[in-house]
Design a protein around this ligand. Structure first.
Ligand code: OSB
Ligand code: MG
Length: 365
């Protein structure tokens, strides 16, 4: 394989409904893709960064800068996903930028080898159990209606976004309405502090699968303390940015569950390493999401098909996000989504959707 050029593609796609979290409200998804053009195939990677630095310190326009100024100049014709990771190691952080480029390189090299990403990563499942992440709603009535619709569509697990002032009653309402058998979890996106321990302990009454990222990204010690004080399993999202942070969090006892997002940890190869560590230690993992279009979703499904992914992920169907996805839509069937089987990520942008994107830069190697 020889990489010849790398293209950056930008775009924007509306969400079917506003998505409100403790850090803000999204009504559209700003898009950034890297397309790596090789001598035989081309590969795509989607950047998961949001438009603003609220979920993490990374944001999309900054990723354009990091990728163009610092990552792409390190790529040579014979760079592979694996050698890219080693080459960009001196660049600190910027996981989402690295992951985006790595994904495109991985896609093109696996297409050349005629291997699916799922097979490359060691997937053992042909379909993935799907959960759905439900944003903070304007009223409890809206919440019950929205959750009811997702359950009717077949989603196997509901995740409720929470924040101070919209938490205990929200969970109580959903439990009362939909019963004790519903697989239910919450995600605070770092909205609480250590002084909220007694408040969060009230969630113990509702038999939740887990509470995701209750405290600040940096506050591992706080999560250790909280995990000891409450019965609801603590799961980390924002805090886990690498294999090292994952190992550290597990060693400290900060979390009995981990949400693995490839974009947040620098790519699919690092994500697999975190999966392998967790599998070896008996720690269940699940695949998170970042409102990806079909490009990133296809790759996430491949990862989520690994054996340690024993909890349903935020790998929802295309229709949960977009009226029309960038790729052929991923559809929910009896609560599951099929893992792509074609070479690489197994999908491509549809011609008419590609026409809504802009090639913003081309780098010749
Ligand atoms: O915290 O998991 C999160 C979306 C954007 C940024 C952060 C998060 C989320 C979600 C939705 O919860 C996941 C998805 O459905 O893609
Ligand atoms: Mg989260």
């Amino acid at each position: 394989m020889t990489i010849e050029t790398i293209e950056l593609w930008r775009g924007r796609i509306d969400l079917v409904s506003p998505f409100r979290t403790s850090f803000g409200t999204e009504t559209f998804r700003d898009l950034l893709y890297v397309r790596a053009v090789g001598d035989r195939n081309a590969g795509w990677g989607e950047c998961v960064a949001m438009a603003t630095p609220n979920y993490s310190s990374e944001y999309l326009e900054n990723c354009v800068q990091v990728i163009s100024r610092f990552l792409l100049p390190l790529i040579k014709g014979d760079t592979t996903a694996e050698s890219f990771i080693a080459t960009v190691a001196p660049i600190r952080g910027n996981y989402m930028s690295k992951a985006c480029v790595e994904s495109a390189l991985l896609d093109v090299q696996l297409r050349d080898q005629d291997i699916s990403l799922a097979r490359f990563l060691g997937a053992t499942q042909s379909r993935v159990a799907s959960g759905v992440s439900v944003g903070i709603q304007a009223s409890l009535g809206d919440l019950v209606r929205v959750v009811g619709e997702y359950i009717a569509q077949g989603y196997l697990r509901i995740k409720l976004k929470i924040e101070p002032g919209s938490d205990i009653e929200v969970v109580h309402t959903v439990r009362k309405e939909f019963g004790d058998d519903l697989l239910l979890q919450v995600d605070a996106n770092a909205a609480y502090t250590r002084s909220d321990t007694a408040h969060l302990k009230q969630l113990d009454a509702f038999n939740l699968l887990l509470i995701e990222q209750p405290l600040a990204e940096d506050d591992l010690a706080g999560h250790v303390e909280l995990a000891r004080a409450i019965n609801t399993p603590v799961c980390l999202d924002e805090s886990i940015t690498s294999l090292d942070t994952a190992r550290g969090a597990l060693d400290l006892g900060a979390c009995p569950v981990i949400n693995i997002k490839p974009g947040r940890v620098g790519g699919y190869i690092e994500a697999k390493k975190i999966h392998d560590l967790c599998l070896a230690r008996g720690i269940p993992v699940w695949c998170g999401g970042m409102l990806e279009t079909g490009i990133g979703r296809a790759a996430n499904l491949a990862l989520a098909a690994l054996p340690g992914f024993t909890l349903p992920g935020d790998t929802s169907a295309s229709a949960r996000y977009f009226a029309r996805d960038i790729t052929e839509p991923f559809v929910l069937m009896d609560g599951y989504i099929d893992v792509p089987t074609g070479p690489g990520i197994g999908v491509e942008p549809l011609a008419d959707m590609l026409a809504t994107l802009t090639k913003s830069a081309t780098f010749k190697l």
